[in-house]
Design a protein around this ligand. Structure first.
Ligand code: AQP
Length: 351
């Protein structure tokens, strides 16, 4: 009989600077909603950040600053650090420890299919870090060391979630007898479900509606950062690429119009309504009018978050205390999983 796993939410964000509207609408907004119905663990994934060269994540001072900034964004967006667990990944050794076990479960052929590695490694694959290649296995460990059942992410992480399920399933199969003998039923690890919802699961660049909005885009005009002030938001939205046609009245009219589709999706997500309602309101309007409404909405929604982030980052002692307290609570759950994994695999350890 398959084991029953209690609902638990886990997700992470990399501390690599420039948290943007895609991170917010694709992931953080859902983190905030899920805390109403679930126990949630939200992690600043600093071990993931160092899979790229230090020139990308900025070196030790910048990594620490970014870690505090992402933590501040979580809290400023409305995640309650008392009700949920907020911590940085490197403080809980179970993530790295379980990764080794999963490295021996995952197959090279599975990792070779990961599109994010191909995109991030680019042409110079031989020179990419082993950590970048192993990134999806670490992500599987992040989720499964808590035996989490639900993972809110943007659409770009869907393939990694499928790999997580494959790793969980293979571990459960490879060690089936040992798992059953120790009373865990048929499935020690749950097969976690991705939670990819809302009208902005893939926010696109403001400069090119076919490219994902991304922290690493060279142009700051491609994204709205959570720390941007009202004037910067207004400038970026006004300069956003569009086409010459007015907005359509119905969703099929957005087909083949990636920039229009993106701006309508952003508006819908910020307003908390479906795209169809936005088009019912703005169908036939010129982009100049729509953009000016979008600026007002974006500033109204984002300015309080930016203000609170600024206040929190000026109090690093408080932010660090949230991370240390969260790590202690996360470690209790992770240690329990690791103790069971060691029993299941056959590693001698102190109980
Ligand atoms: N454009 C996006 N639209 C919707 N969701 C997005 N996410 C990222 N970009 C978009 C979601 O945000 C969460 C945290 O992402 P991350 O920090 O772990 O890393 P990432 O996906 O690598 O972010 P970037 O901006 O795309 O960084 P670079 O430029 O380094 O590649 C995840 O849930 C992600 O899906």
């Amino acid at each position: 009989m398959a084991a029953k796993h209690n609902d638990l939410v886990f997700s992470g964000v990399q501390p690599t600077g420039n948290l943007h509207l895609g991170n917010y609408l694709g992931a953080i907004v859902n983190f905030v909603k899920l805390q109403e119905t679930h126990s949630c663990i939200y992690c600043v994934v600093d071990l993931h950040a160092i899979t790229m060269p230090p020139s990308v994540w900025g070196g030790p001072e910048e990594l620490a600053r970014s870690t505090r900034e992402v933590t501040a964004a979580f809290i400023a967006a409305g995640i309650d650090p008392k009700k949920n667990i907020i911590f940085n990944q490197s403080q809980v050794a179970g993530h790295a420890e379980l990764t080794w076990v999963f490295n021996c479960v995952a197959r090279i052929g599975w990792l070779n299919r990961m599109t994010q590695f191909k995109e991030k490694a680019g042409k110079d694959r031989e020179n990419a870090s082993v950590g970048l290649y192993d990134y999806p296995v670490l992500m599987a460990s992040d989720i499964l060391v808590y035996r989490a059942t639900h993972v809110p992410v943007g659409e770009d992480q869907k393939q990694h979630l499928e790999l997580t399920r494959d790793i969980a399933q293979k571990f459960n199969n490879d060690f089936a007898e040992s798992i059953a003998a120790r009373g865990y039923g048929e499935g020690f690890f749950p097969l976690p479900e991705p939670v990819i919802t809302g009208p902005a699961t893939r926010v696109m660049s403001l400069r090119d509606g076919t490219k994902k909005m991304s922290k690493s885009d060279a142009s700051d005009y491609s994204r709205i950062n959570l720390t941007d002030d009202a004037d910067t938001i207004a400038q970026k939205v006004r300069k956003a690429k569009t086409d010459p046609e007015p907005l359509p009245s119905e969703e099929p009219g957005l087909a083949q119009r990636p920039e229009a589709d993106n701006l309508v999706g952003i508006y819908a997500a910020l307003a908390g309504k479906p795209k169809a309602n936005v088009l019912a309101e703005f169908g036939g309007a010129q982009f100049s009018q729509f953009k000016s409404n979008l600026v007002d909405l974006a500033v109204t929604r984002l300015a309080p978050i930016a203000g609170e982030m600024k206040r929190l980052t000026q109090d690093p002692g408080y932010v660090d205390s949230v991370l240390i307290d969260g790590a202690a609570r996360a470690n209790v759950i992770a240690s329990e999983t690791m103790s069971a994994v060691k029993d299941i695999v056959g590693f001698i350890h102190k109980r």
